[in-house]
Write a protein that binds this ligand. Structure first.
Ligand code: GLV
Ligand code: MN
Ligand code: MN
Length: 406
């Protein structure tokens, strides 16, 4: 039996482990992650799975099939959050998957394949700027150079792993072999308003939009805010502001293209000092790779023009780029059937948000089930879902699992 109250209670329980008092922020390899990993490990074992924390900090559980060692259907999502997050983005998918295994275990049902559930330690990329670290390690595409990336306090990822009690040298060994994984399926909140507008509790994802993330530094000259005339300034923050507006203008030109400057810092950061350096990020996404790459070229051109006109030194670092990730037609069809079997109209829709499936695609075909969220709000503490929708999502996922044909 699926227990929808338990699904929501568990989302609440995970949300209590946060570095942000009164809110939810839980980043990769933090003390709060250690606490939530322990909870998830316990829930997996209670659901009849063998479970452990792997070398990159993912929680990995396995429910054997009719005989030990069979290839698996992999399920999962992430356990890290953005800053001041909602409590369902990522966590709902992990908890719903565990709930499905719990239901199979209660019926002593073993399937002709194993089930693995992954609670990925990093999907959001908040701490080290690059995303999907947990799922890329499992998919075998983890880039060891990322171990040298540092967080805001200057701690490298390699050091953070060691501080967490993990050995970075163990990461390559957690990559799964392709013939050990039939497919990857992820349940996730929609994070947009489409399902709510159509009064549907769930939808089947067709593809995940591609993205590019940049980190930009503009170097000017710090100076006295009272003495340097406007025409003689090389104000890095004013330049960055102009760059942010250029991103907005270029992204607005194309339908479905979105561009965001989500972080902006200036140094030295005093009320009476002209900013000598500004650092900011760009997140650019689109459902078509050519549209995103053309916009990226225009953005780079605009930044160069702005920097030259203002006498600023420009450095653009591409943090990460991933192409559009299509979901597999045969899996979407199986998910559609699971939706229809619940008496619901199958509805397909693309995902504007990034997901672990983007990394898992290197390992196996993927599919996703979206669950409606209130007003489409996400990456925000106001993120909300109903117990009924959580239960519907879990029921569709369970049907998909029970009828899964590799
Ligand atoms: C992850 O939620 C992302 O889309 O950035
Ligand atoms: Mn997110
Ligand atoms: Mn997510």
């Amino acid at each position: 039996m699926l227990d929808s109250a338990r699904i929501l209670q568990r989302c609440d329980a995970l949300a209590r482990h946060s570095e942000l008092p009164g809110g939810l922020t839980r980043v990769f390899l933090s003390e709060e992650q250690r606490q939530t990993n322990a909870l998830v490990l316990g829930w997996m074992r209670e659901a009849g799975m063998q479970a452990q924390v792997d070398a990159i900090g993912n929680v990995a559980g396995r429910y054997e099939g009719a005989s030990p060692g069979l290839p698996c259907l992999m399920l999962g999502s992430h356990l890290d959050t953005v800053r001041d997050a909602g409590k369902y983005d990522g966590m709902l998918g992990v908890i719903a998957a565990i709930e499905c295994v719990h239901a199979l275990h209660a019926r002593k049902l073993r399937l002709p394949f194993a089930i693995e559930v992954l609670g990925f330690g990093d999907e959001e990329g908040v701490r080290f700027g690059t995303t999907l670290l947990g799922s890329r390690a499992v998919a075998g595409t983890f880039d060891p150079k990322v171990l040298y990336a540092t967080d805001a306090r200057g701690i490298s990822m390699a050091q953070a792993l060691r501080d967490f009690g993990l050995d970075p040298a163990g990461i390559p060994a957690i990559a799964r072999k392709k013939d050990a994984v039939h497919a990857y399926a992820e349940l996730h909140i929609e994070q947009g308003p489409v399902l709510e507008a159509e009064e549907l509790p769930v939808g089947v994802v067709t593809a995940i939009n591609g993205f590019t993330r940049l980190a930009i530094t503009l170097q000017g000259v710090a100076g006295h805010a009272g003495t340097v005339p406007m025409r003689l300034r090389r104000d890095a923050l004013a330049g960055a502001a102009e760059c942010a507006l250029a991103v907005e203008r270029i992204a607005a030109r194309e339908r479905d293209l979105v561009g965001t400057v989500g972080r902006l810092e200036a140094s030295p950061g005093a009320i009476n000092v002209i900013p000598g350096e500004a650092r900011f990020t760009v997140d650019l996404r689109a459902p078509y790779d050519d549209v995103r790459l053309e916009a990226l070229a225009r953005i780079n051109e605009a930044f160069e023009g702005i920097a030259a006109a203002r006498g600023l030194k420009l450095a653009v670092k591409e943090l990460q780029s991933l192409d559009v990730t299509p979901c597999a037609e045969r899996l979407m069809a199986q998910m559609d059937r699971a939706v229809a079997a619940e008496g619901l109209r199958p509805r397909r829709l693309p995902s504007g948000a990034g997901h672990d499936g983007m990394a898992m695609k290197a390992l196996a075909d993927i599919c996703m089930l979206f669950v409606r969220c209130k007003h489409g709000i996400s990456h925000n503490p106001a993120e909300a879902i109903t117990a009924e929708d959580a239960e519907t999502g879990a029921r569709v996922l369970l049907r998909f699992i029970e009828n899964f044909a590799p």
